[in-house]
Design a protein. Structure first.
Length: 166
């Protein structure tokens, strides 16, 4: 029996920049953006609290890339689920081996909008319709860099979150 493995990443954080979209030579959309996560810890209960920020590179493909480009903006809190992918190359200038690890997103959920930004008009309806359409759409091609993803988007406004009784 073969030993199974798992490659899954789940993060909740804030976008550090607006998504940038580009297209492969076959026309497949690819969106890239950054998400910052924070962690806090204490060495002991008597010591002061330490904080650390981690910055993640995220890549979304196909319909999810288009949705991220349309709906996401810097400062928004999002949930991203996907897999880790590490690329390496030789830097032409220095000859050093370089590495870049990114999260290839399968799912994205908008958790909140920044205070300076109101909920985009129709964003919830647009996101739900896009998810339904994406779930029914066949996967046509799979780029060699990373697999296509099937998005799940559920934008929620700050006001809706405040109504939750817990």
């Amino acid at each position: 029996m073969a030993v199974r493995s798992l490659n899954k990443a789940m993060i909740i954080g804030n976008l550090t920049r607006d998504p940038e979209i580009r297209y492969t030579s076959k026309g497949t959309p690819v969106a890239t953006f950054g998400v910052a996560t924070n962690r806090e810890w204490r060495v002991s209960e008597e010591t002061e609290k330490h904080e650390e920020a981690e910055f993640h590179n995220v890549v979304a493909w196909s319909k999810l890339a288009e949705l991220c480009n349309q709906l996401l903006r810097k400062g928004m809190k999002v949930y991203i689920e996907g897999r880790l992918s590490t690329h390496n190359w030789d830097d032409a200038a220095t000859g050093k081996k370089m590495y870049r690890t990114e999260i290839v997103a399968d799912d994205m959920i908008i958790l909140s909008y920044p205070r300076s930004m109101s909920t985009p008009t129709g964003a919830v309806e647009q996101g739900e319709a896009a998810v339904e359409a994406a779930a029914q759409a066949p996967i046509v091609e799979e780029p060699s860099e990373a697999p296509l993803s099937e998005p799940v988007v559920n934008p929620v406004a700050d006001e809706e979150l405040k109504d939750i009784p817990f």
